[in-house]
Design a protein around this ligand. Sequence first.
Ligand code: NZQ
Ligand code: ZN
Length: 392
Amino acid sequence: MLNFTYYNPTRIIFGKGTISQVGSQAAGFGTKVLLHYGSGSIKKNGVYDQVTASLKAAGLNVIELGGVVPNPRLSLVREGIEICKREGIELILAVGGGSVIDSAKAIGFGSCLPEGEDVWDDYYMKGDCTVKETLPLGVVLTIPAAGSESSTGTVITNAEKGLKRAVNSETIVAKFAIMDPETNYTLPAYQTACGASDILAHLQERYFTMEQHNDLSDRLLESAMRNVIANAPLALRHPKEYRYRAELMWTGTIAHNNLLDRGRIGDWASHDIEHELSGMYDIAHGAGLAIIFPAWMKYVHNTNIDRFIQYAIRVWDVSLPVEDKEGVFTAAVDRLEAFYRSIGMPVRLSEADIGPENLRKMAETAMIGSSHLGNFKKLYADDIEKIYRLAL
Ligand code: NZQ
Ligand code: ZN
């Protein structure tokens, strides 16, 4: 187990009826709030009314910026930065999913940059993680998926350039996150499934490490993976059943708040390879991951097949003789793909109407700013192109 520090300051307020606390939580940071949200789901399902009633009761002055789209755009981030500077915003409140939260994080630190520094050129394009200052961020989460409610990450898309890039920094972690699983009842099945796929991916990225003897993290990750595999189909079958929504929502946070990769270095190549897909084709992140992860596994498994054997046995209950390592590995990937298919995810690029035209280009763009992708096996442009081809 490697040395580590662990720090995650997000106050999680979880459960039924908790949105009524947003006003009192927000009031701890000032009186001027930027309410940031997406394309309208919160107005249809009553979350917007609950949030604004609570902010009003707390006497807060609210300015709104809606219109965040999945794969959140740099253009709206720039607009938000202007508003924050002009209006003297003291807290950004993100109400929605990972896209809204990531956009809010970008606006938050973008508003505090010194003269002459640019949020995209100097941070996202450089993968610069030395963010020094940000406006405080509060979250009302409406979809379990990205884990951005207590993660160090923000991922933004520059639509003009077809690029999607991340910044990671402890500075931008949310101050509080209100998580009411009842808000998930209105999620379309496709979004529920994309969320489950992303949560599973965050666990798998952390599981596939070259570090030995980090058993507690292995066991916690395996349990969390099994929890997603068990509860995602149930949430799809019973969309208004609280317990299944609650299981997914809490697992989504735990999967990405960095607790489960202490003492090890996770992989993360599949995420980087997927970000090229969603940057170029605007595909949902969870759907892209369901396509890339099995292909990544097929390409890298011989680097340390014993880790895949453990995954096969403990996560997928593969009971073939362990001497047949390749057979055990193949059975695990078959089960993973069958799981994705069972929840309505694509597992091949062709199923998402993506052909071979841009694979080389994406492989090369993925390398911009990085010496290699991944840690389980270091990958370069030729490897990445081969992984895309395995996913065709
Ligand atoms: O925009 P609205 O109208 O709100 O609709 C959203 C959107 O269309 C809808 N939705 C959300 N809650 C709903 C709902 N519809 C009905 N009822 C509800 N309760 O769902 C759609 C997807 O929302 P989005 O925020 O895009 O989903 P998600 O949470 O999966 O976020 C995806 C983004 O997060 C990034 C991804 O790359 C992607 O851009 N990630 C962020 C990470 C981080 N910050 O740590 C890590 C992840 O690996 C990921 O890369
Ligand atoms: Zn993800």
